[in-house]
Write a protein that binds this ligand. Structure first.
Ligand code: GCW
Length: 680
């Protein structure tokens, strides 16, 4: 796949990181520099290239400013089919490193590869050949035209629509550069809950400006399209995809877009999902709707990314619904449609099994949608490094079976881009895995930490590995203190931050309520999706179908996703289900306190502002972990009627106190520290 280091050692040189002294300490740290090295003062590196154009010029400039390897770098176009449109080869030599590719895009990626090795302190002692696993590696922004971001926790939208096209924020270029440095080559600018206005002439002229800025960084622009746009923008009486006038409207709209943006990528569509319009409103199928748009894009080479995130109550189990609606459409989509499927069958929970739709539509191109923004993993308050979640996914769904990957961005206009400084790692990891899904989480964190957090400092190895562990265990910690053993959707209504397993607002859709998912009663807990329950397990291919169907073979981490079991059910460990549940919550809290210790140990080596920011957020995370543990154990304890095992510490809250916390639909307030302290 992507990395084939040829065993032809030409020369060995260590890239010198010392000397590039931790420039952050000299400047005020604001996190805006991400993982990219700061420009050095004085001498420029020698870069040799006769490749024309903006892209190559950027590659040359980046290396001149940032390469500190000592060797000169030569960038050269060299035809090589095996490298495709974006791959590159890096060849070390005596006093010179050569990067070759079929085009300037490959050279740009090669340049960023060299800089990445430099930041990670990795020596280049053999030829490196890289080809991306997916042609399309795209960020989905859920940004609204009014500047708000759905599920965004890092400020407002980066896109200043009211200023465009006249005023151009320097951050547009910084954003493109950051993406290019990790191989992201597509950007959907607006929310899938799409305003039709993005397709108006006025907005397309703004979009064009962004597309022009992104192009030299190898990034194409895509837009989320509202299926009812012909009705909303131009008062057509219908948006029926089989109506000639509707089809003509989309063709003309595409012609208009491509006149402005010749390399426009295409549309992302959320149709007939959560109230969005779609072809089913007119008695047509998802395929008929998608194909109509695909035919308007086809002459221009554009694509439709059609989301499979649907859950109309065709079945009593929400986890089955997307499969029921989409699987029968296999083979019915045009070949420039790609069906975009969330990693799990419900909705970006801290842990889900993979969606059974993957692999179930062999005649249809598919892509995976990950959520980089932490809607369900503690927003911008918790460290939850998500590479392990995505690595887990690729353990089930083979990259070869996918045409592309998308990530719902965690980026906003905060100075540090992502709210939580450590959440930059998730943007980074998404890009790296979209390029090379065979990378391990550890490999990624070993690149990201020195590039972002401690590069050039004298941090001792044990402190470094403490930070690596802190990142690597963080997602599992969130699972443990929020929803262990396959539990899911125990969140308070609306904001998806705090715990509210009892949540039951009047008139809410049952499948938005925790009790729909946990089904706790005096007999036990969990959602029976086995053949004796909803039989969702039957949607899975073997070996998973059989593995998940029986509680005795179902992995512990998915047990309550697939089974409703008695509180005293005997687990593999020998403990009862109740005791194991309690210990999982306890373990989650303990892990967060270990993460705090790892961070504290790193204090002398970290920029003070960064240190304090993360320290404060970790304190919130620790408090929230306790809140989750107490809420879930006190609430479920009312059903189990069983005491906490002796090795689990007592709650610091009472259920009454936690039920009284106002978790209003959009605002939340975690229980105050004073409440926690008073109980300790
Ligand atoms: O995860 C859920 C979110 C919605 C989102 C929806 C989707 C954009 O709670 O905010 O809407 O999924 O993916 O369409």
């Amino acid at each position: 796949m992507a990395v084939q280091a040829m065993n032809k050692s030409i020369s060995t040189f260590m890239i010198i990181v010392a000397g590039m002294l931790f420039s952050m300490s000299a400047m005020a740290y604001d996190g805006s520099g991400l993982w990219l090295p700061a420009a050095r003062q004085g001498d420029k590196a020698t870069v040799i290239s006769d490749v024309k154009g903006r892209k190559a010029a950027i590659a040359v400039q980046e290396l001149r400013d940032l390469w500190r390897g000592g060797e000169s770098v030569t960038l050269r176009i060299k035809r090589d089919k095996s490298l495709g449109a974006e791959g590159y080869r890096i060849i070390p030599g005596d006093g010179n490193v050569t990067v070759t590719a079929n085009n300037a895009t490959g050279l740009l990626y090669g340049a960023y590869h060299l800089l990445r090795m430099q930041s990670a302190g990795v020596g280049l002692d053999s030829v490196v050949t890289e080809v991306p696993a997916f042609d399309l590696r795209v960020l989905n922004h859920w940004d609204n035209l009014d500047g708000t971001i759905e599920r965004g926790y890092a400020g407002e939208s980066l896109w200043k629509w009211e200023e465009l096209p006249g005023k151009i924020s320097p951050r547009y270029k910084d954003y493109a550069r950051a993406n290019a440095s990790i191989g992201i080559n597509g950007v959907v600018l607006n929310n899938v809950n799409a305003s039709s206005r993005i397709l108006s002439r006025e907005y397309l002229e703004k979009v064009k400006v962004l597309a022009d800025i992104f192009r030299p960084y190898g990034i194409k622009v895509y837009l989320s399209a509202n299926f009812a746009a012909p009705m909303q923008l131009d008062s057509l009486p219908t948006a029926d995809p089989l109506d000639k006038n509707v089809a003509r409207w989309w063709k003309e709209k595409c012609n208009e877009i491509y006149r402005l943006i010749p390399d426009f990528g295409g549309f992302l569509v959320k149709a007939n999902s959560e109230g969005q319009p779609g072809p089913c409103d007119f008695g047509r199928t998802h395929a008929e709707g998608a194909n109509m748009m695909a035919r308007a894009l086809r002459p221009h080479g554009g694509k439709v990314m059609w989301r499979a995130f649907v859950y109309s109550p065709a079945d009593a189990d929400r986890a089955k619904q997307a499969y029921i609606e989409f699987q029968p459409l296999d083979g019915k989509f045009d070949d420039n449609v790609i069906v975009q499927i969330k990693n799990g069958p419900v909705d970006f929970q801290p842990r889900e099994p993979f969606s059974p739709l993957f692999g179930a539509m062999p005649a249809t191109p598919q892509m995976a949608e990950f959520q980089v923004t932490q809607e369900y993993l503690g927003h911008a308050n918790h460290i939850a490094f998500l590479a392990p979640m995505w690595e887990e996914f690729f353990g089930f769904v083979k990259p070869e079976s996918l045409g592309a990957v998308a990530g719902v961005a965690n980026i906003g206009d905060d100075d540090n881009w992502t709210g939580h400084p450590m959440a930059q790692a998730n943007w980074y990891a998404f890009g790296r895995l979209a390029w090379d899904p065979s990378l391990t989480s550890r490999e990624i964190v070993k690149e990201w930490l020195p590039a972002t957090v401690y590069g050039g400092t004298a941090m001792p190895d044990d402190v470094k590995s403490g930070l690596e562990e802190m990142m690597l265990c963080s997602r599992e910690a969130v699972v443990d203190y929020m929803m262990p053993l396959g539990l899911h959707h125990l969140f308070a209504f609306g904001h998806h931050y705090g715990p509210e397993p009892w949540c039951n607002p009047e008139g809410a859709r049952p499948d938005w309520l925790p009790s729909y998912y946990h089904r706790a009663d005096s007999a036990g807990i969990g959602f029976d999706r086995s053949p004796s329950g909803s039989n969702a397990t039957a949607q899975y291919p073997e070996p998973y179908r059989s593995l998940y169907a029986s509680a005795s073979t179902c992995p512990d981490e998915l047990l309550l996703w697939f089974h409703h079991l008695p509180w005293n059910y005997k687990m593999r460990s020998g403990a009862t289900l109740w005791d194991e549940l309690c210990r999982s919550y306890e373990r989650g809290c303990i892990t967060v306190s270990d993460m705090q210790k790892a961070w504290t140990a790193a204090k002398p080596y970290i920029d003070p502002q960064l240190y304090t920011d993360v320290e404060t957020r970790l304190a919130t995370q620790a408090r929230d972990a306790q809140w989750w543990k107490d809420a879930c154990l006190l609430y479920f304890g009312e059903f189990s009627g069983m005491p906490l095992p002796a090795d689990v510490t007592a709650p610091v809250h009472t259920l009454e106190q936690l039920r009284a916390v106002d978790l209003g639909i959009t605002n939340f307030e975690s229980p105050s520290t004073s409440l926690l302290n008073s109980k300790r």
